[in-house]
Design a binder for this molecule. Structure first.
Ligand SMILES: [Zn+2]
Length: 342
């Protein structure tokens, strides 16, 4: 069972009861690093079936809570901090957003500017400028189409495609959701069966940031990082492919936007990433800081930090952080340090 499931099923209702000041004291740390993907008041069919996200009101409330209890820091401060060149204020936070979605420019950045909060946006190089649709967003669109109703003929055709991948037993929308990065080519075949024009969705909806959007964000003081080429699970990749996804995307983003710093956020998580990976990226000199999605527990690489997701609309930032402080304390008491495996 994943921690998130435990949180929802058992501890969810109790989390709000944990006094934040107490749990914060128990695990005192300098910088918390937070992330979201998207904020919107709209239904987003390419995301709707992957995860739930906060609306503008809930997002603004999160930010007001953070500003009341923590001080925002810039990416450059975090880089100096991991190098030991800067001391940060005791409750600092760094805000980040993954996947380079267009809402970053249209919805999120204006709110952050109004509140005076800096942020870093992580972009997968293949999706910048809406050149390609991420396989995860394709899955959400396919599930959306299936949920709207499907003929028995099409269903059996899709089950045929899924069957070739060893999938097909559960309800169709569930099975389509299980198609992984390595099998992503089949998603286009399923879209054809559903008469779903994914290319047209990409052209009309333009779900990702354009280069012009990014240039505008940089001019406004925001920072940009890379998020792999096309969002694989790193645990599915060889070391060589992990490095290719990381270096190529980082090199591309840094060159395209003339960045004198390198920040990288692992897509999904950093599971399956070894010491060899970090020694190679360190040698390359391309990446000053990297981020996982493992909460508050940090490992033995100074330049690699974990982040807490504030995305879940069922919980406020306060509730999520109280939970994360509690979780961190629990792990630390058990002697778990978040070390990267050999
Ligand atoms: Zn991502």
């Amino acid at each position: 069972m994943k921690f998130n499931d435990i949180k929802r099923s058992f501890l969810g209702p109790l989390v709000g009861a944990v006094p934040l000041s107490l749990s914060k004291w128990m695990s005192s740390g300098t910088l918390i690093i937070l992330y979201y993907h998207v904020v919107s008041d709209d239904r987003l069919p390419h995301i709707q079936n992957l995860y739930q996200y906060k609306n503008i009101r809930k997002f603004s409330e999160d930010l007001d809570f953070l500003l009341a209890h923590y001080s925002p820091v810039e990416l450059s401060d975090a880089i100096k901090w991991v190098r030991g060149d800067k001391v940060l204020a005791e409750n600092s936070f760094l805000l980040t957003f993954d996947d380079g979605l267009s809402e970053v420019h249209d919805v999120i950045a204006p709110i952050l500017l109004e509140k005076g909060i800096p942020a870093t946006f992580f972009i997968s190089s293949a999706f910048l400028d809406n050149n390609e649709l991420c396989y995860l967003h394709k899955i959400s669109l396919l599930v959306d189409s299936i949920k709207q109703g499907i003929s028995p003929g099409k269903e059996s055709e899709i089950r045929g495609v899924l069957g070739e991948m060893g999938l097909a037993r559960s309800p169709l929308s569930e099975e389509v959701g299980k198609v992984d990065y390595r099998q992503r080519g089949r998603l286009d075949r399923i879209a054809e069966i559903l008469d779903l024009d994914l290319q047209q969705y990409l052209i009309l909806k333009r779900p990702y940031l354009s280069s012009d959007n990014v240039i505008e964000l940089i001019k406004k003081g925001f920072t940009i990082g890379s998020h792999s080429i096309d969002h694989p699970y790193y645990s599915d990749l060889s070391l060589e492919d992990q490095l290719r996804q990381t270096m190529e995307s980082t090199r591309f983003i840094r060159r395209r936007f003339q960045l004198d710093y390198g920040a990288f956020a692992f897509p999904h998580n950093d599971q399956g990433v070894t010491r060899d990976f970090f020694s190679e990226t360190e040698k390359s000199g391309l990446i000053d800081i990297s981020f996982g999605t493992g909460g508050m527990l940090n490992g033995n690489f100074a330049g690699h930090k974990q982040r807490v997701s504030l995305e879940d609309p069922l919980y406020t930032a306060k509730q999520i952080l109280a939970w994360e402080y509690t979780r961190k304390t629990y792990y630390l008491l058990r002697g778990k340090t978040g070390e990267v495996e050999k």
